[in-house]
Write a protein that binds this ligand. Structure first.
Ligand code: KIV
Length: 280
């Protein structure tokens, strides 16, 4: 079992190294969408996920369906630039991979080539098995995403937890096994009952990363802005570790008050006039 430091040589964690951590110390994964956040999270995280949740978190969309390939490539490259040791995985947006294995390969190859990321993530279980095998055979490391798959929000009928009845439970276990058999190095399991999340980590041959699942998973992923407290309302599975929303409102109000009272900029934030002689 590995402990503490994710990579003794301070090099970027590779997909095989990440995959080899199955059953060991839980893997730490967080979302990042831009360079500075990647710089801040890099030393702590094993994996930085450039999730298509950026559509909702950064762009105010009400689902991830409006996110496109250009957005993922821009943000993906920014996160790779900001990180040195974490494995960076980029979400494939809705419509960029479902049509055929060939379409998926064409778009995944673009993402890999234009960002320098270590791999991609796509949503779907058994239905994506052929595509995952096609991609892996051609050099694209794939992280799968099953359970509550946000790109299927319209067919699911909302962001609803999955895997409650016997049939759904069985289907999700079959999904986990199918994507692992196809070669996915890891699988994100989102929004399932705790016992099912723990069971998936036991029955799947690959790394199971939970979100709204179970502490029994091989690791956890979370939307960074959720745990930082950017939003007033959160899903049940979010634990707030900071109150960034409150901090930002407070800082903005103090700044506004200083500006209105002409207290900012103060002397220490302004430049003295230099005469021409001292400039020469
Ligand atoms: O888009 C995303 O951020 C995700 C994670 C929440 C797993 O898919």
């Amino acid at each position: 079992m590995t402990t503490g430091s994710k990579n003794a040589k301070n090099k970027r964690l590779t997909v095989p190294q990440f995959a080899a951590r199955k059953g060991g110390e839980p893997l730490v994964c967080m979302t990042a969408y831009y360079t500075r956040m990647a710089e801040l999270l890099d030393e702590t995280c094993d994996l930085l996920l450039v999730g298509d949740s950026l559509g909702m978190v950064l762009y105010g969309m009400d689902s991830t369906l409006g996110v496109d390939l250009e957005m993922m490539i821009r943000h993906g490259a920014a996160v790779v630039r900001g990180s040195k040791t974490a494995l960076v995985i980029i979400d494939m947006p809705f419509g960029s991979y479902e049509e055929s294995p060939a379409q998926a390969f064409r778009n995944c190859a673009r993402v890999m080539a234009e960002t320098g990321a270590g791999g991609i993530k796509l949503e779907g279980g058994q239905r994506m098995q052929e595509t995952i095998a096609f991609l892996v055979a051609r050099g694209i490391p794939v992280m799968a995403h099953i359970g509550l798959t946000p790109q299927a929000v319209n067919t699911i009928g909302g962001f609803k937890t999955q895997g409650h009845g016997k049939a759904q439970r069985k289907a999700i276990i079959a999904d986990a096994k199918a994507v692992a058999a196809a070669g996915a190095f890891a699988t994100v399991v989102e929004g399932v009952p705790e016992p099912l999340g723990a069971e998936l980590a036991k029955v799947a041959a690959n790394v199971i990363i939970g979100i709204g699942a179970s502490a029994g998973c091989d690791g956890q992923v979370i939307v960074t802005e959720d745990i930082l407290g950017f939003f007033d309302r959160n899903a049940r599975f979010v634990k707030k570790y900071a109150e960034a929303g409150h901090m930002i409102r407070k800082a903005a109000a103090e700044y506004a008050s200083d500006v209105r009272a002409r207290k900012f900029p103060g002397k220490e934030h302004t430049y003295a006039q230099r005469d021409e002689k001292s400039e020469g």
